[in-house]
Design a protein around this ligand. Structure first.
Ligand code: ADP
Ligand code: MG
Length: 412
């Protein structure tokens, strides 16, 4: 019997240096230790990796971790090794020699954690059967669902794991999965009875605000006049508009720069650096900006254009107010954006799903009731009480509102 006080907390302290768990970590770990399958939905930075790492340390045998990005695997394994944990990863970029060495360790049962990309998993058919496996952890589990926002074909093979190893618990983890995607993950992985742990998606310090897109630039300049020294991000759909917006803000006396994937990687990292160190507090960017940027004092996030789905919107506004202090999320809504996004989707392989997601985004922007309720319900959280920290709660729509009416007519 594994005890929290005598086993888990000491392991947490010894290997990771922490005294307590983050929300949901302990209950997720306890379920996995009890041989239950688990679906864990936790926000970015919520501490998902530790859930399977600590489970692996507490159990006999080797945990197999399926993770989509070589860079992520390498980072995690480096940190684990530095903390004295026997971990390795395996992928096609390694030399044959290294691969052989790692295979030997794996087969001798010397590893507590073994990381592998879904694309390489096929290679281990016949090898896995001979191992003492403690756990299968599927990180970024939304990649298995075509309803998710990052579908990867190789993930679909993972359904076979439960068939081949019915008694080994599966822990699926992701930060973004709406209710439909959650159900699909559980289906695809064949873990219908998985315990679902949904961390709250609520970020109560973010003020949610939606405005019609007329006179956006003027509106932004007024908005910035009220908060001249604050740091923020303006997300735009096109590279060209990031540049033209940055230019307009500079002309109005603000320190602003553009960021998009068309810039050289040197330019991009220098802009990112200037933003993080507050030298340039305002960035007009495409959604390429923000991944892995850890800046706690972003006070506002503006969407100059409508995001293509709620997952993206949520992720982008989530870069605001990480320090827990109030931050403002302002979304400009126009039907022209909807039309343009629809044109993009026409070219996509996954068009039906993307249309449906865009429609939900549009409904969010047009809603006449609490924004936060809509957002949280989208992620499967049951909330009914208005938040008091969004434009709608702040000033409920009047009987007749010409702007809203115009939007309705246009989008009908
Ligand atoms: P996620 O994958 O959910 O985005 P990570 O697993 O990368 O999050 O963890 C985010 C950060 O939280 C890491 O720096 C990790 O070390 C830290 N962390 C994890 N668990 C704890 C804990 N119990 N106490 C304090 N920090 C933690
Ligand atoms: Mg993670």
């Amino acid at each position: 019997m594994i005890s929290i006080e005598q086993d888990l907390l000491p392991l947490l302290k010894k290997h990771f240096g922490y005294d307590s768990f983050k929300p949901n970590q302990l209950s997720i770990i306890e379920d996995a230790l009890g041989k239950k399958d688990v679906l864990a939905i936790m926000p970015t930075g919520g501490g998902k990796s530790l859930c399977y790492q600590l489970t692996a340390l507490a159990l006999e045998g080797t945990a197999i971790v399926i993770s989509p990005l070589i860079a992520l695997m390498k980072d995690q394994v480096d940190v684990l090794k530095a903390n004295g944990i026997a971990a390795e990863y395996y992928n096609s970029s390694q030399s044959q020699e290294t691969q052989q060495e790692i295979l030997k360790k794996l087969e001798k049962g010397e590893l507590k954690l073994f990381y592998v990309a879904p694309e390489s998993l096929g290679f281990f058919n016949g090898i896995l059967e001979n191992l003492n496996i403690s756990l299968f952890a599927v990180d970024e589990a939304h990649c298995i669902s075509s309803w998710g926002h990052d579908f990867r074909t190789a993930y679909t093979q993972l359904g076979g794991l439960k068939r081949r190893f019915p008694n080994i618990p599966v822990m699926a983890l992701t930060a973004t999965a709406d209710k439909t995607t959650q159900d699909d993950i559980v289906d695809q992985l064949r873990i219908p009875h998985a315990e679902r742990h949904l961390a709250s998606f609520n970020r109560p310090n973010l003020y949610l605000d939606v405005k019609p897109a007329q006179d956006r630039i003027k509106h932004i300049l007024d908005f910035l006049d009220d908060r001249p020294f604050e740091s923020g991000i303006i997300y735009c759909l096109s590279r060209k508009s990031t540049e033209s917006i940055a230019e307009k803000l500079k002309n109005a006396g603000f320190k602003a720069k553009a960021y998009h994937a068309g810039m050289s990687s040197d330019e991009r990292s220098s802009v990112q650096e200037e933003f993080i160190t507050d030298k340039v507090p305002i960035i007009a960017a495409t959604i390429a900006f923000g991944m892995g940027i850890d800046k706690s004092n972003v006070r506002w996030v503006i969407h100059y254009n409508l995001p293509k789905n709620i997952e993206g919107y949520y992720q982008e506004i989530g870069r605001g107010g990480r320090d827990g202090l109030p931050a403002h999320a302002l979304l400009f809504y126009s039907f022209a954006d909807v039309a343009q996004l629809r044109r993009f989707i026409t070219q996509s392989e996954n068009a039906d799903v993307e249309y449906a997601k865009l429609e939900r985004m549009q409904q969010f922007a047009e809603a006449l009731s609490c924004r936060r309720i809509a957002l949280l319900n989208y992620f499967g959280e049951q909330v009914t009480e208005g938040c008091g920290n969004c434009d709608i709660c702040n000033s409920p729509p009047a009987y007749f509102d010409a702007t809203l009416l115009a939007q309705k007519v246009c989008s009908g």
